[in-house]
Design a binder for this molecule. Structure first.
Ligand code: NAD
Ligand code: UGA
Length: 461
C-alpha cells in the first residue's frame, strides 16, 4: 500500500491517541503512526481494551487501525519514515529545582527533540501538539539545528483544544484549529501543509493561522479563561450560601447576557483535570519571569479560589454533620475529574478524600470508570477506604453521600432505595448540583448543595 504522506505522533496519551485516530479515520490516504516509550500503553492501543475511556473512541480506532493507523514502540523507525511529526508528550508541572510547582517540566519534550535529531535523515515538519510555554518552539529549533547535518526542520505550533469526555466530537467538529508558524517562506509553506491535512474534514474558516508565539500563548490563555469562569462562579457560590441566593439562578441570569454566555458557569466542587491548574501556573510563571507581577497575581487567584472551593466543600460537610466525621462512613459518588472519563488527574476528589480522611471518616468510593485510578491515587492514605462500583451497595450503612462527578448514572438512580440503606439522619452533599434537591428532601435526606441554601429537617432554634 502506498500512502500520500507518512505522519508520526510521538506520545500515545489522551491527546496523541484520539487526535491521530481522527486524522487516520478522516484521511485514509495518509499513513498515521503513533509511538510511545511505554510498551504497555502501545499494547493496549493495539488491543480491544484501549488505555483510555472516551465515548466514541473505540469506533474511530476500529475504522482505521491496521488500515492506515498504527501504534508502535519503534520511535526511531517512525521518525525515519515520516515527513510530519506531531509531538504530544506530557508537559507536567515541574516538581524540582527552579520554578518547581509552577513552571512546565520540559524534560520529555526535550528528549523527543533530541531523538528526532538523532534519527532524521531527511527534512521534517515538527508540530507542537503538547501545551507549552511561549517560545518553546525556539528552543526546539535550536536543538534541531545543533548538529549542522543539513537536515531542515520547520517547527509549527498546533495546540489541542479537545476536552476529555467529548474528545471525539471535539476533534470531529472543532470550534477552531489553530496553526502557528514562523512568518517566513518556509514557515508558511510548512503551515500550508498542515492546513491541508485538517482541511480534509474541517472547514477553511475554522482553520486559523497565526504567528507561532501567539499560537503557543493562545492555548494557555484559552485554558486560563475557561478556568477563570469556573472560579468566578465558584467564588459567587460562597456568597450565595451566605446570602440565601441560588447560584444556578444567578448563573442563568448572568449567562443569558450574550456578551457573557452561558457555558462554563456550573458551580462545582472545583475544577480538576491534568491541564487547567498546570497551564495557569505556567502562565503565572511566565508573567513573573517577565516581571509582570500584577498580571501573575491576577491569574494565580483563579487557582487559589479553586483550592478554597475544595476546602469549603469539606468544611461544609463537617459543619453540617455536627462537627465530627470520626468513624462516619461517607460515600463518594464519582472520583473522575468530570463525567465520561476515567481520568483522575488533579480531580477535586483526591484532595476531598484526603481531607475527609484527616477527619478520621471512613470512605466508600464509587465510580463507573475511575476506580482503578482512584485506588492508585489514594494508595498512601492510611485508614478505611473501600471501592465499590455499584452505587446501591456502596451506600450501605453510610451516613452521607458526596456527589463529586456529574455522571448521568447518579442522576438516574433510585434514591428511595439509597435512602433505605443509609444510616439516619442521611445527608447528601451535591458538589455538582445535579440532583433534584426538593425530591431528595421530601424523601427524608438533608440536602446540601454548592451555592444554594441547604434543605434540612433539623429544627432551627
Ligand atoms: P499523557 O500523559 O496521557 O500522554 C503523554 C504520553 O507521552 C505518555 O503515554 C508518555 O509515555 C509519552 N511520552 C513521554 N515521553 C516520551 C518520549 N520521550 N517518547 C515517546 N513517548 C513519550 O498526556 P496527555 O493528556 O495526552 O497530554 C499531552 C499534552 O497535551 C500535554 O502537554 C497536555 O497539556 C496537552 N493537552 C492535553 C489535553 C487533555 O485533555 N489531556 C488536552 C489538550 C492538550
Ligand atoms: C479542558 C478544556 O476544556 C479543553 O479545551 C482543553 O483542551 C483541555 O482542558 C486541556 O488543555 O487539557 P478538560 O480538562 O478535559 O478540558 O475538561 P473540562 O470540560 O474543561 O473540565 C475541566 C474541569 O472543570 C472539570 O473538573 C469540570 O468538572 C470542571 N467544570 C467545568 C466545572 O466545575 N464547571 C463548569 O461549568 C465546567
Amino acid at each position: 500500500m502506498t500512502y500520500q504522506k507518512n505522519i508520526l505522533c510521538i506520545g500515545a496519551g489522551y491527546v496523541g491517541g484520539p487526535t491521530m485516530a481522527m486524522i487516520a479515520c478522516k484521511c485514509p490516504q495518509y499513513k498515521v503512526t503513533v509511538v510511545d516509550i511505554n510498551p504497555e500503553r502501545i499494547a493496549q492501543w493495539n488491543s480491544d481494551n484501549l488505555p483510555i475511556y472516551e465515548p466514541g473512541l473505540s469506533e474511530v480506532v476500529s475504522i482505521a487501525r491496521g488500515r492506515n493507523l498504527f501504534f508502535s514502540t519503534n520511535i526511531e523507525k517512525g521518525i525515519k519514515e515520516s515527513s510530519i511529526i506531531f509531538v504530544s508528550v506530557n508537559t507536567p508541572t515541574k516538581t524540582f529545582g527552579a520554578g518547581a510547582g509552577m513552571a512546565a517540566d520540559l524534560q520529555y519534550w526535550e528528549k523527543t527533540a533530541r531523538k528526532i535529531l538523532e534519527n532524521a535523515a531527511s527534512s521534517k515538519i515538527i508540530v507542537e501538539k503538547s501545551t507549552l510555554p511561549v517560545k518553546t518552539a525556539l528552543a526546539m529549533e535550536r536543538i534541531l539545528t545543533s548538529n549542522g547535518n543539513g537536515v531542515r526542520f520547520d517547527v509549527l505550533s498546533n495546540p489541542e483544544f479537545l476536552a476529555e469526555g467529548t474528545a471525539i466530537s471535539d476533534l470531529e467538529d472543532p470550534d477552531r484549529v489553530l496553526i502557528g508558524s514562523r512568518e517566513t517562506k518556509r514557515g508558511i509553506s510548512a503551515r500550508d501543509e498542515l492546513v491541508e491535512i485538517y482541511a480534509n474534514w474541517v472547514s477553511n474558516e475554522k482553520i486559523l493561522t497565526a504567528n507561532i508565539w501567539s499560537s503557543e500563548l493562545s492555548k494557555l490563555v484559552a485554558n486560563a479563561f475557561l478556568a477563570q469562569r469556573i472560579s468566578s462562579i465558584n467564588a459567587i457560590s460562597a456568597l450565595c450560601e451566605k446570602a440565601d441566593a441560588d447560584v444556578s439562578e444567578v448563573a442563568r441570569a448572568v449567562g443569558m447576557d450574550s456578551r457573557i454566555g452561558s457555558k462554563f458557569l456550573n458551580a462545582s466542587v472545583g475544577f480538576g483535570g491534568s491541564c487547567f491548574k498546570k497551564d495557569i501556573l505556567n502562565l503565572v510563571y511566565l508573567c513573573r519571569h517577565y516581571g509582570l507581577n500584577e498580571v501573575a497575581d491576577y491569574w494565580e487567584g483563579v487557582v487559589r479560589i479553586n483550592e478554597y472551593q475544595k476546602d469549603r466543600f469539606v468544611l461544609n460537610i463537617l459543619k453540617a454533620m455536627f462537627n465530627t466525621l470520626a468513624g462516619k462512613k461517607i460515600c463518594l459518588f464519582g472520583f473522575a475529574f468530570k463525567a465520561n472519563t476515567g481520568d483522575t488527574r488533579e480531580t477535586p476528589a483526591i484532595s476531598i478524600a484526603q481531607k475527609l480522611m484527616e477527619e478520621n471518616a471512613e470512605l466508600v468510593i464509587s465510580d463507573p470508570q475511575a476506580l482503578e485510578n482512584a485506588k492508585n491515587d489514594l494508595r498512601d492514605i492510611k485508614g478505611e477506604i473501600t471501592y465499590i462500583e455499584d452505587p446501591y451497595k456502596a451506600v450501605s450503612q453510610c451516613h452521607a453521600i458526596a456527589i463529586l462527578t456529574e455522571w448521568d448514572l447518579y442522576r438516574n438512580i433510585d434514591y428511595e432505595k439509597v435512602f433505605s440503606k443509609m444510616k439516619k439522619p442521611a445527608f447528601v452533599f451535591d458538589g455538582r448540583n445535579i440532583l433534584n434537591h426538593k425530591k431528595l428532601f421530601d424523601m427524608g435526606f438533608n440536602v446540601y448543595s454548592v451555592g444554594r441554601p441547604p434543605l434540612t429537617h433539623f429544627r432551627v432554634d
